[in-house]
Design a binder for this molecule. Structure first.
Ligand code: CP
Length: 333
């Protein structure tokens, strides 16, 4: 199985995902340091990163290829992404020129473009990323868009496999506090991944933070096909009973999407949603904590949990490198 784009894990069947994870395992056991010799990966970041930036560069180097990084406005021209703008502000170049130019320099291009955070329907439809994708004729990798983070989802699947987490076990995607609203990409991608893997998925979130209906419906369809289920609740006690995985994630209010003041009012009351050891009182004894990172210690998750035996966040982050090497191999070898 080969593909020309890696923009949404849902584009792949479960068999294709398993095939990709088998390739990741093979490359782990039998490195191929010349597989991508002479190949070039371009990486465009419109938003900050630590893991995605470093792991794609490292993965490309480990496969014998090379990469270049453009971070909009930091050593390159600041890029305008909005259509129809009169460009008399800070942005000196529009993505309509920048993307085809960058694509012409490389064999595959990765783009990180977070949600605009103002128009929920546009963000759920991934409107901006789709518009950018249409400008890229070369193989394309989604490094995190408004509503998707397929590389994170793939690494999370691998981490669950490594931990031998049974497919039918309870997977709780739990909202956790953060000083401000964060995008929906990781919760949407983690939900879909867990549903597709066949888990009993529970989305645990306070009132005002329900995931968009379209995201839930898509996940329910995936769960139906895989023999899993998807439920949603604001009741922490019910959700966490018997949980095998708590996947902590911060996201913004969907009832007041784009309204920073109302969002802040809601989250000001929700500090007790922080994950601590007490969170796991009714969970399975071997319940583990996942988080995509970066995580705010003692805001989202208590330090004693992050530093304790339940936490698999470092393993998860390492697996970004492992699975992305498989993606690069599929796209470029
Ligand atoms: N999880 C993740 O994508 O990390 P970065 O934002 O650091 O790339």
């Amino acid at each position: 199985m080969n593909f020309a784009r890696f923009v949404d894990l849902a584009d792949l069947s479960v068999a294709e995902i398993r095939d990709l994870l088998a390739l990741a395992d093979r490359l782990q056991q039998h490195p191929e340091p010349r597989a991508l010799s002479g190949r070039v990966l371009g990486l465009l970041f419109l938003n900050p990163s630590l893991r995605t930036l470093a792991s794609f560069q490292a993965g490309m180097a480990r496969l014998g290829g090379s990469s270049f990084v453009i971070t909009s406005g930091h050593g390159s021209w600041a890029l305008e992404t909005r259509p129809g703008m009169r460009m008399d502000g800070m942005a000196a170049e529009h993505i309509r020129e920048a993307l085809p130019v960058l694509a012409s320099y490389c064999d595959a291009l990765g783009i990180r473009a977070f949600a605009d955070g103002r128009d929920l329907a546009a963000d759920v439809a991934d409107r901006d990323f789709r518009a950018m994708a249409a400008l890229v004729p070369t193989p394309l990798i989604n490094l995190e868009s408004a509503i998707n983070h397929p590389c994170q989802a793939l690494c999370d699947w691998k981490t669950l496999d490594e931990l031998q987490v049974p497919e039918r076990s309870r997977f709780v995607l739990s909202w956790v506090p953060h000083p401000r609203a964060l995008p929906l990409a990781v919760p949407a991608a983690a939900l879909h991944m867990a549903a597709l893997r066949g888990h009993e998925v529970v989305v645990l979130r306070p009132e005002g933070f329900a995931l968009p209906a379209a995201v839930m419906e898509r996940a329910r369809a995936a769960a139906h096909a895989s023999g899993g289920s998807v439920a949603e609740t604001a009741d922490r006690g019910t959700a966490l009973a018997g949980a095998r995985i708590v996947y902590a994630k911060e996201w913004g209010s969907t009832s007041h999407y784009g309204d920073a003041a109302r969002d802040a009012e809601l989250r000001a009351q929700l500090g007790h949603w922080q994950i601590s050891e007490a969170t796991f009182a009714a969970a399975a004894p071997d319940c583990q904590l996942m988080h995509c990172l970066p995580v705010r210690r003692n805001v989202a998750v208590a330090e004693h949990v992050l530093d304790g035996p339940r936490s698999v966040v470092l393993r998860e982050a390492h697996n970004r490198l492992v699975v992305q090497m498989a993606v690069l191999h599929r796209l470029l070898a």
